[in-house]
Design a protein around this ligand. Structure first.
Ligand code: ATP
Ligand code: MG
Length: 461
């Protein structure tokens, strides 16, 4: 194998051997073959440095002073059961070799070793390690995507793009600005960004800037010591401090008084702050997610948002599209909210008929997903009588708002919603969906392709 190919695996070797001559000759041989080799004279020198998921293969002598190779192997496998450990055994020590293999060693090499056999074994072990790590990374990604699909429901191109952005941004520590109309899901996304981030075990602190009186905004953020101002009788820990090591979500940030915005800017720049009435400097260690439901440009023009703060916030700026721009998500969201309402209020689930779906698709949803959720709840609490149409909104009742889309489009939307719903109900089990919808497999495949439906997206974690 050439060095270049070897490097591509990214797996490095750790050689543990107390005999110095042996150590350097094996190490030289493996290095010449293109491997990156770290050498250790004692098992205890290696053990603390290898953790779960290390891109490593261990080659160790068995009999060494202090911790033996077998003990090292046991300790390593406790950290990571899939870590390949290759052991050197004395010539003819079959007993020992068998014991090592039983105890989970990857392989053993008899001393004096045959160089070609050593190389071959090491190559196979590296390849196995690479596959294990790749597989783990993939599984993790699937879990994350699965979790996100369940929370940020919808499969329109707009929402799929947003989900990819959220996944990509979750592990990056940059500030994020969410811009979207009321009820589009900004809070849902802020929470997903936290839960999928390395900070997920630390607090998630949400502060709705519109809900606090302007005079209290500063002390809400910074906290205060007793006596810091007239009404401050007790110590208060502010949001900046509560969010330590976690995520701070500043909702409706344009409602924050301009002078407090200036102070927040300083915190972001200097990464430190003091409680009001205290000189003690505290570290600002949080990831900031901010949200607003008007255009940042308009907010700045109207003097509601400081330009300099905006440029600090918007390292990553996500646009949450209004529901009217992703109408294909309406049926699945509606069905999901109806199911939730049926469960919450202990009512029978009622599925929307074609007329209802068409009416839902024809409306513009100024209150976005929140409004849809309310309508779905009402649909369950007072379902239409048999044969009666469901009238989702007053405007539609008076005949002012009629579906603006044609019959074909309505039929397609309904068909798509039925398939998407069946996929969800059967947790992505295609066989069950085929039976449920009484469709031949090929037809289902074609339709799923046409509507951009994915089996994976329907699987609940
Ligand atoms: N894609 C989605 N999938 C599932 N539920 C959603 C989705 N988008 C929004 N919701 C739900 O809709 C409701 C409104 O969402 P959210 O509170 O996140 O909106 P918002 O953008 O923060 O609104 P506002 O600007 O009014 O604060 C919530 O109940 C939320 O759970
Ligand atoms: Mg909100």
């Amino acid at each position: 194998m050439t060095p270049a190919i070897q490097d591509a695996t990214g797996v490095e070797l750790h050689l543990v051997e107390d005999d110095e001559a042996m150590r350097s000759s094996v190490s030289r041989w493996l290095t010449l073959a293109g491997f990156t080799v770290h050498t250790h004279g004692r098992a205890t020198a290696l053990l603390p440095s290898l953790e779960y998921g290390a891109p490593a293969v261990v080659i160790s002598d068995i009999s060494m002073p202090g911790m033996s190779g077998l003990e090292l192997q046991q300790a390593l496998l406790k950290k990571d059961a899939d870590l390949p450990v290759i052991l050197f055994t004395g010539h003819g020590d079959i007993d020992m070799a068998v014991r090592a293999m039983r105890a989970g060693a990857y392989d053993f090499i008899e001393k004096p070793f045959d160089a070609e056999r050593l190389l071959e074994t090491v190559r196979r072990a590296c390849e196995k390690r690479r596959l294990v790590l790749e597989n783990r990374a993939l599984q993790m990604q699937m879990q994350e995507i699965g979790g996100l699909h369940a929370r940020l429901v919808g499969s329109s191109p707009a929402i799929s793009h947003l989900k990819r952005q959220v996944l990509d941004a979750a592990s990056v520590d940059a500030n994020v600005l969410l811009v979207g109309e009321t009820g589009t899901g900004k809070e849902v996304i802020a929470r997903c960004l936290h839960d999928l981030s390395p900070r997920s075990q630390a607090p998630y602190v949400a502060l709705n800037c519109a809900a606090i009186p302007a005079t209290l905004a500063e002390s809400e953020l910074f906290g205060h010591e007793p006596g810091a101002f007239t009404s401050a009788s007790q110590r208060r820990v502010g949001s900046l401090e509560q969010a330590t090591e976690g995520t701070l979500f500043l909702d409706e940030v344009v409602s924050m008084p301009i002078d407090v915005q200036a102070k927040l800017l300083r915190v972001i720049e200097q990464r430190e702050f003091c409680r009001l009435g205290s000189n003690r400097v505290r570290q600002a260690n949080f990831r900031l997610v901010a949200a607003m439901n008007i255009e940042p440009r308009e907010a700045m023009e109207r003097g509601l948002l400081r330009n300099d703060l905006y440029y600090r916030f918007n390292i990553l700026e996500f646009r949450i599209p209004p529901l009217r721009e992703r109408k294909e998500d309406i049926p699945i969201l509606f069905t999901m909210f109806a199911e939730q309402a049926a469960e919450n209020y202990q009512r029978d689930m009622v599925y929307p008929d074609a007329g209802t779906v068409a009416a839902l698709m024809g409306y513009d949803w100024p209150g976005n997903v929140r409004e849809l959720k309310n309508v779905a709840t009402r649909f369950i609490l007072s379902p239409p009588a048999q044969g009666e149409p469901f009238i989702p909104f007053k405007a539609a009742a008076s005949g002012v708002e009629r579906p603006e889309i044609g019959l074909q489009e309505q039929v397609r939307a309904f068909e798509r919603s039925l398939i998407e719903d069946a996929l969800r109900r059967h947790n992505g089990n295609i066989r069950a969906v085929l039976e449920d919808l009484r469709l031949p497999r090929r037809t289902l495949n074609e339709k799923m392709q046409r509507y951009g439906l994915m089996r994976e997206a329907a699987i609940q974690p």
